[in-house]
Each structure stands twice: as C-alpha cells, then as structure tokens.
Design a protein around this ligand. Structure first.
Ligand code: F3S
Length: 290
C-alpha cells in the first residue's frame, strides 16, 4: 500500500515564512512578540508560547507595551504576521523604539504598495474581501481607512460611483476568484473609470487542485485540519466528491480507520493552518500501521 501526500498541503508559503521568522528570533535573547497569533493553530501558538513568544492581541495592548530596559534587557521585537498590518502599527513600534520584524507575506505587501500609491494619486480604493478580516483591516490602514470594503455583488450594485474620480479595485488574497469576477463584472457594467488589480493568491486554489487530483486516484483520503477551518472543510468536500472513503481529522487521535486489504493508495492533504509536524505524524502512522 502506498501513502502519498498531496502537493501543496498545509501551510502556504507566506505563513510558513512568517513562522520561520519567529523561530529565527528565538534564542537571540530579545523578548519576542507576535502581533496577533502567527497562525490560526492553537498548537503552534502554544508551542511558541512555551518558547517564550507572547501574542499581542490588540492595538491597545500594543500601546500599553513598555519598552523597559529592566524588564527586557536584551531588547524587544514584534513580528508582524503574514496577513500584514495597517501602516500605523509600524509607526507605533517605531515611536516606542521597539524593533519591528515584518513577516507580511510579499503578496500582501504588494497590495499595501498598490493601495498606498493609488491613495496618493487621489483614487478611490475598493477592497473586495471580508471587512472583519485582519488582512483587509491591514490593507485599509495603507490608505487612511478611506477604502470601500465590499464582499457581495449586491453591495457592488449599491455603491455610488463618482464618474469623475478614478477608482482601483484590489482583493483580499484568499477571496474566491469566481465571486471576485462577478463583482468586477458589475463594476464594469457601471463604470469604466475603475481599474482592477487581481491580488488573489493562488495558494488556496493550488492546494484544492492538488487535493482533487490525489483524491481522484486514491482509495482512501485523509484530510487534516481544524473543524472550524473553512479551507479545510472545503478540502474535505472536494476530496469526498472524488473519493468515497474520505476521513476528516483534527489530530492523529481522531484517526479511526479500517482499511480493507484491497486498498492500494492512501492520500493525505491538510488545511492551510495545519503544521507540518502533524502532517508527518499522520503520514508515518499510516505507513507503519497499515
Ligand atoms: Fe499565503 Fe501569502 Fe497567499 S499568506 S495565501 S501565500 S498571500
């Protein structure tokens, strides 16, 4: 029996890079903080906490942070996670004399640049994405929160467009590309004065495509990820439609598998916040026990 891991399973490039950045800082002697949990995975955050990394949850907490030589004799550093932050956060850190280690994903950083430039040119910025998502909040913080955030075609229809003012549309990197296209279509029907920069990252689509391809040839599929993680649930749906025997597990303990002897190939994939360690654990367990 063969066990195969889907290409692009687990952390995307940006999240992996941010986590690696935090690990690189451990052992430098500095007090390390992350602005928000570095990834939506409690286990990873807990492991980092045990290594002395603290999470700053809110801007107020950041404002209250004291750069005190007695408490932090080797200095302090705040790591910015892959989602990015509003420009203001960097400014607060600078004022406090706290080192800012920017692990914003380069794809998100590109959006910040686009938005900042458009803002300086006086354009109206539209951000297609979830208004409560930290990435969107971060993007809005590069144009003094002047952007219009929208996520549905209904909202796109209701926007009052100024024909004399140029506009620019960007998207949250994880936004669904079909929904984005539909929203753009409405803008196009209504105005020609709006340019589009498609900033959707293909990491999610690639992960889904790879999971689908593997599920199509596997006899059994295992999807690893958080129960509440929407991208993991999506992977489960995709795999189940290709492979009738698909398991959804959060940890190795959830794996209660009975494999008939006819099984030739077990495929494994994982959601965007599933640590590599867990993927390897599951992979090894299946290899050894079946
Ligand atoms: Fe990940 Fe960066 Fe794309 S954080 S989803 S690689 S935009």
């Amino acid at each position: 029996m063969e066990v195969k891991l889907a290409e692009c399973a687990g952390f995307c490039f940006g999240v992996k890079r941010a986590i690696d950045t935090v690990y690189e800082q451990i052992g430098t002697g500095k007090a390390i903080f992350t602005y928000g949990p570095i990834v939506h995975n409690e286990e990873v955050v807990r492991e980092l906490e045990e290594l002395g990394v603290s999470v700053i949850e809110t801007k107020d907490e950041l404002l209250a942070l004291k750069n005190d030589e007695n408490t932090y004799p080797n200095g302090m550093a705040v790591v910015i996670r892959a989602h990015g932050v509003p420009e203001e956060i960097g400014q607060i850190l600078e004022k406090k004399g706290i080192e800012c280690i920017d692990a914003t994903c380069p794809f998100v950083k590109r959006i910040h640049h686009v938005v900042r430039e458009a803002y300086e040119q006086g354009k109206q910025i539209y951000v297609v994405g979830n208004p409560g998502h930290p990435e969107v909040e971060g993007i809005c913080g590069w144009c003094e929160n002047s952007a219009v955030v929208l996520e549905t075609t209904e909202e796109a229809r209701k926007i009052i467009l100024n024909p004399d003012r140029q506009g620019i549309i960007v998207a949250q990197t994880t936004f669904n590309s079909n929904k984005f296209d539909n929203i753009i279509e409405i803008f196009r029907e209504r105005s020609y004065n709006v340019s589009v920069v498609n900033t959707i990252c293909n990491a999610t689509e690639e992960r889904q495509r790879a999971a689908k391809a593997l599920a199509a040839e596997a006899d059994v599929m295992i999807v690893i990820g958080g129960r509440h993680s929407s991208n993991t649930r999506k992977l489960y749906e995709i795999c189940s439609s290709e492979c009738a025997t698909t398991y959804f597990i959060q940890t190795l303990e959830d794996l209660d598998m009975v494999l008939p002897t006819t099984v030739r190939l077990v495929g494994i994939t994982a959601g965007a916040s599933t640590p590599n360690k867990l993927i390897e654990e599951v992979q090894n367990y299946v290899r050894i026990n079946f």
